[in-house]
Design a protein around this ligand. Sequence first.
Ligand code: FES
Ligand code: FES
Length: 186
Amino acid sequence: MGGSEQRSGAGSGAAAAPVLVEIALRVNGVERSLVVDTRMSLLDLLRERLGLTGAKKGCDHGQCGACTILLDGRRVNSCLALAVAHQGAEVVTVEGLAKAGELHELQRAFVAHDGFQCGYCTPGQLCSAVGMLGEVAAGWPSSVTPQLAAAGVQLTAEEIRERMSGNLCRCGAYGNIVAAIMEAAP
Ligand code: FES
Ligand code: FES
Protein backbone atom coordinates (compact mmCIF):
# COMPACT_ATOMS: atom_id res chain seq x y z
CA MET A 1 0.00 0.00 0.00
CA GLY A 2 2.80 2.34 0.93
CA GLY A 3 4.39 1.50 -2.43
CA SER A 4 1.37 2.63 -4.44
CA GLU A 5 1.19 5.85 -2.41
CA GLN A 6 4.85 6.47 -3.17
CA ARG A 7 4.35 5.77 -6.86
CA SER A 8 1.41 8.17 -7.19
CA GLY A 9 3.33 10.79 -5.23
CA ALA A 10 6.37 10.43 -7.47
CA GLY A 11 4.24 10.98 -10.58
CA SER A 12 2.65 14.20 -9.37
CA GLY A 13 5.72 16.41 -9.89
CA ALA A 14 5.90 18.69 -12.93
CA ALA A 15 7.77 17.16 -15.87
CA ALA A 16 11.09 18.81 -16.62
CA ALA A 17 10.97 21.07 -19.65
CA PRO A 18 12.69 19.59 -22.71
CA VAL A 19 16.16 20.89 -23.48
CA LEU A 20 16.59 21.77 -27.14
CA VAL A 21 19.92 21.84 -28.96
CA GLU A 22 20.84 22.66 -32.55
CA ILE A 23 22.90 20.00 -34.27
CA ALA A 24 24.37 19.60 -37.73
CA LEU A 25 24.88 16.25 -39.43
CA ARG A 26 25.67 14.98 -42.87
CA VAL A 27 23.03 12.40 -43.81
CA ASN A 28 23.43 10.39 -47.01
CA GLY A 29 25.73 13.10 -48.33
CA VAL A 30 23.41 16.03 -47.50
CA GLU A 31 24.13 18.60 -44.78
CA ARG A 32 21.26 18.75 -42.30
CA SER A 33 20.84 21.19 -39.44
CA LEU A 34 17.99 20.96 -36.94
CA VAL A 35 16.97 21.66 -33.38
CA VAL A 36 16.36 18.50 -31.36
CA ASP A 37 15.33 17.46 -27.88
CA THR A 38 18.47 16.26 -26.10
CA ARG A 39 16.67 12.96 -25.34
CA MET A 40 16.03 12.16 -29.01
CA SER A 41 17.70 9.09 -30.47
CA LEU A 42 19.36 9.17 -33.85
CA LEU A 43 16.72 6.68 -35.02
CA ASP A 44 13.89 9.03 -34.10
CA LEU A 45 15.71 11.97 -35.66
CA LEU A 46 16.04 10.08 -38.94
CA ARG A 47 12.51 8.72 -38.99
CA GLU A 48 10.48 11.47 -37.35
CA ARG A 49 12.37 14.60 -38.32
CA LEU A 50 14.02 13.76 -41.64
CA GLY A 51 11.43 11.34 -43.02
CA LEU A 52 14.04 8.63 -43.59
CA THR A 53 11.98 5.62 -42.56
CA GLY A 54 14.30 2.96 -43.96
CA ALA A 55 15.90 2.28 -40.57
CA LYS A 56 13.25 0.45 -38.56
CA LYS A 57 12.27 0.58 -34.91
CA GLY A 58 12.03 -3.04 -33.84
CA CYS A 59 12.83 -3.29 -30.14
CA ASP A 60 14.13 0.26 -29.40
CA HIS A 61 16.46 -1.46 -26.92
CA GLY A 62 19.56 -2.42 -28.95
CA GLN A 63 18.53 -6.05 -29.29
CA CYS A 64 17.25 -6.62 -32.83
CA GLY A 65 19.44 -4.62 -35.22
CA ALA A 66 16.50 -3.34 -37.31
CA CYS A 67 17.70 0.25 -36.74
CA THR A 68 21.29 -0.34 -37.88
CA ILE A 69 22.88 2.56 -39.76
CA LEU A 70 26.45 3.59 -40.56
CA LEU A 71 27.80 6.31 -38.31
CA ASP A 72 31.16 7.70 -39.36
CA GLY A 73 31.62 4.46 -41.31
CA ARG A 74 30.85 2.12 -38.42
CA ARG A 75 27.63 0.16 -37.96
CA VAL A 76 25.60 1.17 -34.92
CA ASN A 77 22.15 0.61 -33.46
CA SER A 78 20.67 4.05 -33.97
CA CYS A 79 18.02 3.46 -31.30
CA LEU A 80 20.81 3.56 -28.71
CA ALA A 81 22.61 6.62 -30.12
CA LEU A 82 21.61 10.01 -28.73
CA ALA A 83 21.44 12.45 -31.62
CA VAL A 84 23.10 15.30 -29.69
CA ALA A 85 26.16 13.13 -29.04
CA HIS A 86 26.91 13.00 -32.77
CA GLN A 87 27.36 16.61 -33.77
CA GLY A 88 29.03 16.77 -37.19
CA ALA A 89 28.75 13.02 -37.83
CA GLU A 90 28.54 11.36 -41.22
CA VAL A 91 25.41 9.19 -41.33
CA VAL A 92 24.48 6.67 -44.01
CA THR A 93 21.12 4.93 -43.95
CA VAL A 94 19.73 2.29 -46.30
CA GLU A 95 18.39 5.16 -48.44
CA GLY A 96 21.98 6.20 -49.09
CA LEU A 97 23.37 2.85 -50.25
CA ALA A 98 22.22 3.01 -53.88
CA LYS A 99 24.21 5.40 -56.04
CA ALA A 100 23.05 7.13 -59.23
CA GLY A 101 20.04 4.85 -59.52
CA GLU A 102 22.16 1.70 -59.17
CA LEU A 103 21.50 -0.62 -56.26
CA HIS A 104 24.42 -1.35 -53.97
CA GLU A 105 25.98 -4.75 -54.71
CA LEU A 106 24.64 -6.08 -51.41
CA GLN A 107 21.12 -4.95 -52.34
CA ARG A 108 21.42 -6.74 -55.68
CA ALA A 109 22.67 -9.89 -53.95
CA PHE A 110 19.80 -9.80 -51.42
CA VAL A 111 17.33 -9.64 -54.33
CA ALA A 112 19.10 -12.42 -56.24
CA HIS A 113 19.19 -14.73 -53.20
CA ASP A 114 15.76 -13.89 -51.70
CA GLY A 115 17.52 -12.54 -48.62
CA PHE A 116 14.25 -11.27 -47.17
CA GLN A 117 10.57 -12.07 -46.84
CA CYS A 118 8.62 -9.26 -45.13
CA GLY A 119 11.62 -6.94 -45.47
CA TYR A 120 11.32 -5.36 -42.02
CA CYS A 121 14.84 -6.33 -40.95
CA THR A 122 16.39 -5.78 -44.39
CA PRO A 123 17.54 -2.13 -44.11
CA GLY A 124 19.35 -3.03 -40.90
CA GLN A 125 20.77 -6.22 -42.41
CA LEU A 126 22.12 -4.27 -45.39
CA CYS A 127 23.74 -1.48 -43.37
CA SER A 128 25.13 -4.02 -40.94
CA ALA A 129 26.57 -6.09 -43.79
CA VAL A 130 28.26 -3.02 -45.28
CA GLY A 131 29.83 -2.22 -41.91
CA MET A 132 30.72 -5.86 -41.27
CA LEU A 133 32.55 -6.22 -44.60
CA GLY A 134 34.53 -3.10 -43.71
CA GLU A 135 35.51 -4.68 -40.39
CA VAL A 136 36.63 -7.84 -42.19
CA ALA A 137 38.64 -5.79 -44.70
CA ALA A 138 40.32 -4.06 -41.75
CA GLY A 139 41.31 -7.48 -40.37
CA TRP A 140 39.16 -7.37 -37.23
CA PRO A 141 38.75 -10.90 -35.84
CA SER A 142 35.48 -12.25 -34.44
CA SER A 143 34.93 -14.83 -31.72
CA VAL A 144 34.96 -17.62 -34.35
CA THR A 145 38.08 -16.48 -36.20
CA PRO A 146 40.42 -19.48 -35.84
CA GLN A 147 43.70 -17.55 -35.65
CA LEU A 148 43.37 -14.14 -34.06
CA ALA A 149 46.85 -13.07 -35.06
CA ALA A 150 46.55 -14.21 -38.68
CA ALA A 151 46.84 -11.62 -41.39
CA GLY A 152 43.43 -11.25 -43.01
CA VAL A 153 40.15 -12.97 -42.16
CA GLN A 154 38.64 -15.79 -44.21
CA LEU A 155 34.99 -14.81 -44.68
CA THR A 156 33.32 -18.17 -44.15
CA ALA A 157 29.58 -18.72 -43.63
CA GLU A 158 30.36 -19.25 -39.93
CA GLU A 159 32.12 -15.87 -39.79
CA ILE A 160 29.15 -14.16 -41.46
CA ARG A 161 26.65 -15.77 -39.09
CA GLU A 162 28.68 -14.71 -36.07
CA ARG A 163 29.33 -11.19 -37.30
CA MET A 164 25.67 -10.66 -38.33
CA SER A 165 24.25 -12.18 -35.15
CA GLY A 166 23.12 -8.77 -33.88
CA ASN A 167 20.60 -8.54 -36.73
CA LEU A 168 17.54 -10.67 -36.11
CA CYS A 169 15.16 -11.79 -38.85
CA ARG A 170 11.77 -12.90 -37.65
CA CYS A 171 11.06 -14.44 -41.07
CA GLY A 172 14.08 -16.70 -40.68
CA ALA A 173 15.72 -15.71 -43.96
CA TYR A 174 19.15 -16.28 -42.44
CA GLY A 175 20.36 -18.91 -44.92
CA ASN A 176 19.66 -16.65 -47.89
CA ILE A 177 21.11 -13.60 -46.14
CA VAL A 178 24.39 -15.47 -45.62
CA ALA A 179 24.40 -16.57 -49.27
CA ALA A 180 23.79 -13.00 -50.44
CA ILE A 181 26.60 -11.59 -48.32
CA MET A 182 28.96 -14.34 -49.50
CA GLU A 183 28.23 -13.38 -53.09
CA ALA A 184 28.65 -9.64 -52.56
CA ALA A 185 31.82 -9.93 -50.46
CA PRO A 186 34.94 -8.79 -52.34
S1 FES B 1 15.35 -1.06 -32.77
FE1 FES B 1 17.44 -0.70 -32.38
S2 FES B 1 18.25 -2.64 -31.94
FE2 FES B 1 16.11 -3.00 -32.14
S1 FES C 1 12.62 -10.50 -43.75
FE1 FES C 1 11.01 -10.39 -42.28
S2 FES C 1 12.08 -9.97 -40.44
FE2 FES C 1 13.66 -10.43 -41.84
